[in-house]
Ligand binder design. Structure first.
Ligand SMILES: C[S@@+](CC[C@H](N)C(=O)[O-])C[C@H]1O[C@@H](n2cnc3c(N)ncnc32)[C@H](O)[C@@H]1O
Length: 225
């Protein structure tokens, strides 16, 4: 159960307000499960997890049906109201107990060292303050706990990275719920003091032309014991 309200930690209840993006994402993301292979990615992202898990920026809850039975509880934090309501509905269909709560990555409404694992998928691109969000993940993980991540970021050659940066400065964040294309999630995890476990680069979609959002990393990082 979430322990402290987001408001108590200085973040308003609906810290993220992107109703139009939320409705678009809810529709597009469901199609991407099969069309872009996202369901397979989610399966790999969550394989082998056990114990108490916090998922940050859970969106419409598309990860929920992929948690293994060894997971005893998922606390799913989602700041956007439309997506959170869809996550609540997805939680009812999940095979493991999922408790959906409002909150933001930068001020998680839970106790310290309360989780065996934390999950972020396609979220570090959108949070306002990446170092603060990762410091929060460290705080809520037990020593030796793991972060499972699937994130997109900077990639490709010079033309692609130029395009990513140009889009980040102009159209992309307002059109895509605050998302950025040229962040570097692996470097950010390292800088936040996590030990990088195995991770691999993934193109999404796997086949077809590379998009500015195609350059993904899928892996594990550990909070040192
Ligand atoms: C592209 S969606 C990904 C949703 C989901 N994780 C998935 O894999 O489908 C980005 C998500 O990050 C959430 N988000 C944005 N800013 C956030 C923040 N500061 N803290 C937590 N979540 C945030 C959005 O509300 C949205 O649910």
């Amino acid at each position: 159960m979430p322990q402290r309200s987001a408001r108590a930690r200085g973040v308003p209840r609906d810290a993220v307000h992107h109703p139009l993006f939320a409705r678009c994402y809810a529709r597009v993301s469901v199609g991407a499960e099969t069309r872009m292979g996202m369901a397979r990615v989610r399966e790999r992202l969550l394989a082998g997890l056990s114990g108490r898990v916090i998922e940050v920026g859970a969106g419409n809850g598309l990860n929920f049906s992929h948690y293994p039975g060894a997971v005893s509880e998922v606390v799913a934090i989602e700041p956007e109201r439309v997506l959170r309501q869809l996550a609540v509905e997805a939680a009812l269909r999940a095979q493991v107990p999922v408790d959906v709560a409002p909150g933001a990555a930068e001020a998680l409404p839970v106790k310290s060292e309360a989780f065996d694992a934390a999950v972020v998928s396609l979220v570090l691109c959108s949070v306002r303050d990446v170092p603060r969000a990762l410091a929060e993940l460290r705080r809520v993980l037990r020593p030796g706990g793991q972060v499972r991540f699937f994130e997109h970021g900077r990639g490709g050659g010079r033309a692609m990275t130029f395009t990513q940066r140009a889009l980040d400065r102009t159209l992309w964040p307002p059109l895509s719920g605050g998302c950025h294309l040229s962040r570097e999630p692996v470097a950010a995890l390292r800088e936040a003091g996590f030990t990088l476990g195995p991770y691999r680069r993934v193109m999404l979609p796997e086949n077809g032309p590379a998009l500015p959002s195609s350059y993904c990393v899928l892996g594990t990082a550990w909070r040192p014991s």
